[in-house]
Design a protein around this ligand. Sequence first.
Ligand code: RFL
Ligand code: PHB
Length: 397
Amino acid sequence: MAIIRTQVGIVGAGPAGLMLAHLLHLQGIESVVLESHSRPYVESRVRAGVLEQGTVDMLRESGIGGRIEREGLQHHGVELRFGGEGHRIDFQDLVGKSITVYAQQEVVKDLIAARLRYDEPIFFEAEAMRVSDFESRPRIHYAQDGSENEIACDFLAGCDGFHGMCRPAVAAGQIKFYERQYPFAWLGILARVPPASDELIYTYHERGFSLMSMRSPEISRLYLQCAVDEDIANWPDERIWEELQMRMATHDGFALKDGPIFQKGITPMRSFVAEPMQFGKLFLLGDAAHIVPPTGAKGLNLAVADVRVITRGLVEFYKSGNREELERYTERCLRRVWRGQRFSWWMTSMLHRFPGEDGFSHHIHLAELGYVTSSRAASTSLAENYVGLPFDTPGLF
Ligand code: RFL
Ligand code: PHB
């Protein structure tokens, strides 16, 4: 059995684990990243698409922004569509910021490439089986190529997503969960067809929510609300296009063009927060600690915000032995996480049809959307949350 010593042991090579490893490297702090899947698998996993301006700035300032700048699609607003009409929320005019559409797996590719370029340890197909001693001298026990190995570290970063093993390793009495499940899911597709608009379109319709997003000038990313236990086999391509066309139709004849679908999947919707996010020397980051429904486009951005907070704490600790920032990790992260939760829950509630809704609820949805799109105060509130609230931790660079 091999034992590797490092300063920070990181479980998971998603956006949280990779970004943390990258920032630590820039600050001269050693880490080892373990990832249970293969490199091609994590580099092709289809997920998020919207990056807040603060997330893009952080990638750029840390030297990772080259490809985002060239290939990312900068958007200055979004459309909310309901009652057969579109209403634009102009981020630039309302809050002077924008968002960037750039696929999560591209961020993951950029961060893995950086890790390999500076020749720092990242092990794929290496599954953490157990974490131990995180109150004293943390250890990660992992399996790779049929053998069991160990990482001994000063700190342990649980960046292993919602279904990971770090959060369950905490004793039941030490952790509290807050949770909401939603009675619907999203069916998402990627299609080889130019996006029907230059900006995202979020649609509320009596048949349910839909969203038009994109990945490039040739590729559309679309979602539609479906039943929570939906079987993807019930959704042949023609039915998906027909449903999207009905939901997105406008009085002035908007036409959503169809095209070959090359990826399909169903995503459940959940709000979840674990508290605290630190247990001795074990820290939980990103989806391992909190999940939001994707309607607010916040999950990856919140993961990266956690990375920012913990990096400051670790830099402070290794520079001066001062643990103050590390001790405030949960408090600092959760303040932002709860704001992201509120915004994601609100967008989800406003834009989806809940089972059993009647005419009264329908008119409440329409009234709320009408208010949000006609009041400058309400539009500004949506815009400032969507583009990302300011960080309350001073910059890292
Ligand atoms: P990840 O990405 O789940 O990465 C965790 C990694 O840990 C690995 N792992 C292990 N490795 C070793 N040993 C073990 N025992 C392990 N157990 C797990 C896993 O293989 C994996 O590689 O978590 P992270 O880094 O916290 O990142 C979070 C984001 O992935 C997530 O919040 C976003 O994808 C959410 N999300 C969106 N976020 C946004 O900010 N903007 C969006 O537009 C947006 N759209 C979305 C989304 C998520 C979606 N789905 C599919 C859930 C749209 C969708 C449809
Ligand atoms: C995406 O492009 O995948 C996307 C965009 C906006 C969301 C969620 C996902 O709210």
